[in-house]
Design a protein around this ligand. Sequence first.
Ligand SMILES: [Fe+2]
Length: 379
Amino acid sequence: MSAETVFSNALIVLEDQLLSGSVQIRDGRITDISEGASRTGEDFGGDYLIAGLVELHTDHLESHYSPRPGVRWNKTSAIQAHDAQVVTSGITTVFDCLRMGSDEDGGFELGEMREMADAIQAAEKEDRLRATHLIHLRCEVASNNVLDHFADFENDPHVRLVSLMDHSPGQRQFQTMEQYTLYYKTKRGLSDEAFARFVDSRLALSSQFSRPHRDTLARICAQRGITVASHDDATLAHVEEAMGHGVKLAEFPTSFDAAEASHKAGMSVLMGAPNVVRGKSHSGNIAARDLAARGVLDVLSSDYVPLSLLHAPFVLADDFEDISLPQALAMVTSTPARTVSLDDRGRIAAGLRADLVRVRRQEGVPVVRSVWREGNRVA
Ligand SMILES: [Fe+2]
């Protein structure tokens, strides 16, 4: 049996309270938590000790793999760069998003995301990685080839989360045509005629494929025990459909009604941590802070800025009297872990994985001082 390690004089963030004291770990697990000052162990000098963050939805790997339109970077190198940034942001379990189905952005070639997943697993075997990496398949259900892409992951146990998305015009993320036009026509400099053709083709694909693809994917996930997420739900009909598909995670609902109905139905409502930090949504829909104020925000995701996952809970705890720091941090630790049935992490409690982060809070942005994954110092 290996020696035990003690972290002392820490402000320990438990699931429902703050405790000044020590945490003992051994063989990668938390073995004891005790209150009060201590002379032994690594002295935290009053810094916070929090559970390692659990990130369910990040596109961050994509930005390293394809740093410019049309550019593809070495996959292992992209994974290492992404891993280094997430772990130094306090994230010890990360669900890397891989896109399934070509969409308006072109997407990736068939087989390309399988190669990426293989590269992640090879990197893990070669001990190149510091966080635990799992896979979130983002499935564009209006795409004609989403099931072909998904078939590449038929037997992959690393797939623990699947989201069902439809980014067709005039609904969900793009509830108004103005939003869609701004996002696609203006960004791409399309003529009126080319844009009209583009919209028509998107709508035709959606009406042909969305429903059957949603049904098929939800059925496969139920058989394989994979958590299913809805995406950009805007209406009560969307939420009802999600309930029928056994959805446990409602990602980025775009109206208060959809968020509230999802929360009441027992789904975890996820919003972007950058949205909390910035105070608004990049696509002009409801703000995460409004959902927090009304008690229907359950999980945060770093989306495209890894450090936002640690920053946002401190912002929420600062700005909202009703939200304590343990409650805010639960949105990035215990609640996401439970939502995807990772019962061995996400809290500081005896018997759980020693995934831990030492955090110093100065003014504004918190500083990550050290990170441990399963008891090993990784940052
Ligand atoms: Fe979306």
